[in-house]
Design a protein around this ligand. Structure first.
Ligand code: R5P
Length: 279
């Protein structure tokens, strides 16, 4: 039984189409802003699905309330699938007095849920903060399937070394070459980017990252590839956490921009729903 929280309403039809049995749940807001949740369907073998994009705090509280309601009804072995995990970038203390925010959220979820599934978590090491079984699900299958046949003899690039594993997974599925951009500081104010050990001239390139926020990273990488004579430039990311104007900025700089539907956006063209149903 799949319980769809408000952070996954955009996935509901596809979850049903792929055979997921949807449990009934009532979710509303009181006039003072507090959330009200009531689980009506069965509380057996439940998987709760919900991304925690903006308004993050509200969606997190909702997941806690659904977990509490399910426990109240005697549910055991509860699974929660959080396609986009809000607060995932707040994963360390940078100034004295700060929390490790992602840890606080994972521990709270652990009060109710036994298993946690997250798609392409910003820092997979932070899964250790969840007390139960915690899995980082790769978006590679979905991204590779979407770009199948679009790249010809092209290649897949990661915008930095840390994103290389994701680019490799997508490239392997497409049977293509992969590499990453290296950043080199050339002056106190200037950082130069360059793809490592690959020739991009006349080739189609797909750049893959976990998150697009302002779009600055992707625009810079795409412009550089154009200067180096790349043919078509495609950009993909798991999570479209787009700041205002970012979709337009990136779209203008590339031939196609597509992100997965962990967050609903106008360019969420790649679906991870099959990966949820198959968990
Ligand atoms: C950074 O660690 C992430 O992997 C992304 O590269 C970053 O969030 C992208 O941000 P922006 O779109 O603002 O350049």
């Amino acid at each position: 039984m799949i319980v769809v929280s408000s952070g996954a309403i955009h996935l509901r039809d596809e979850l049903m189409a792929l055979g997921g049995k949807i449990g009934e749940v009532e979710i509303k807001k009181f006039p003072d802003g507090e959330k009200y949740v009531r689980v009506i369907g069965s509380a057996e073998e439940v998987m709760v699905v919900g991304s925690t994009f903006y308004p993050q705090d509200e969606r997190i509280v909702e997941l806690l309330l659904i977990g509490d309601a399910l426990r109240e009804r005697g549910a055991e072995g509860l699974q929660v699938v959080i396609p986009y995990f809000g607060y995932s970038r707040q994963d360390r203390v940078t100034k004295e007095g700060e929390p490790v925010s992602v840890r606080a959220i994972m521990r709270s979820l652990g009060l109710y849920y036994d298993e946690l599934y997250v798609f392409d978590l910003h820092n997979p090491e932070t899964l250790k903060f969840f007390p139960g079984k915690a899995v980082n699900v790769s978006p590679a299958r979905a991204i590779a399937e979407y770009f199948q046949g679009k790249l010809g003899e092209g290649l897949v690039l990661a915008p930095d070394r840390g994103a290389r594993g994701r680019a490799r997974a997508v490239a392997d599925m497409l049977g293509l070459e992969y590499s990453h951009f290296e950043k080199r500081r050339v002056s106190p104010t200037e950082v130069k980017m360059k793809p490592v050990d690959v020739d991009v001239e006349g080739r189609n390139v797909l750049i893959v990252d976990d998150i697009i926020s302002t779009g600055g990273t992707m625009v810079k990488a795409a412009n550089l590839l154009r200067e180096m004579g790349a043919e078509k430039v495609f950009v993909a990311a798991t999570h479209g956490v787009f700041a205002e104007g970012a979709i337009e900025r990136v779209s203008k700089a590339v031939d196609e921009l597509a992100v997965t539907n962990t967050i609903p956006t106008p360019v969420s063209r790649i679906s991870i729903v099959r990966d949820i149903v198959n968990l």
